[in-house]
Ligand binder design. Sequence first.
Ligand SMILES: [Fe+2]
Length: 303
Amino acid sequence: MFTLAHLSDPHLAPLPTPRFSELLSKRLFGFLNWQKKRRDIHLFGTLEKLIADIKQQSPDHIAVTGDLINIALPDEYPIARLWLNNLGAPHDVTLVAGNHDAYIKKMEGEPLREWGAYMCGDEQTQAAFPFVRKRGPVAIVGLSTAVASRPGRATGRLGAEQLTHLPGILKKLGEEGTFRIVSLHHPPESEPHRHSERLIDGKAFVAAIAESGADLVIHGHEHIHSVAWIDGAGRRVPVVGVPSASAAPRGGKWQPAGYNLYRIEGGPGAWRCEMASWSMNRDGETYEIGRRMLMRTKIKTRN
Ligand SMILES: [Fe+2]
């Protein structure tokens, strides 16, 4: 059995003190939002407890689906690199970046520069998207949706290049018999009230999965436990989101910190994938909130 832990959106706190000149951009809105609201939601102590719990489960691999930082201050990137190093070695942790990691245009390249080792495919010497990492029976396909957007927006974009390469990669991995996990920050489809936070080319992504198939899609961004389903070459593909890994366990309307564990076993034509979802109670203790079978392929037997 292969176990994958999935966490997202740690939004590392505390926020470094910005220089005045660094706030002459969209960062100003993000900084005010942090001071007014987000600094009470994203707590480093909560994140540490959650990570300790994940490590106790001894997963074979950890996937992090972006938004390590908040407003793309230059000082946030090296802090997040240290955090990643503490989480695990690049071989054992796979990252994709989120919109907060590329908050303003001039910092869009920074996630790759600082955290590239965690986004580098098996056959690449430099991080590039899509990347493929094979671990045990699993292939993780990492996509980037991290682009800067206007103030008040948190949209993502895959772009033509990733969308062109994705179907071929998924088809090849399917022929090789791997369990295909696609990892991206934004959910492919959003509710209408989340229009300003959507994946702009989500429809093209959904079409690519419908054409080529995948076994599991994981994402962050919405800061809630969620499961949706999309078509995938003749079968349904689960699309799973998790809460922010640092969300305070007691407080306002947000969901407390949580993560998922996916237990994957079987083989081509007979995969089994069970998801266990974990959350944090008001006392800051983690507990399993439920289990769900995402895939159970019946093995055909001859009479
Ligand atoms: Fe986020």
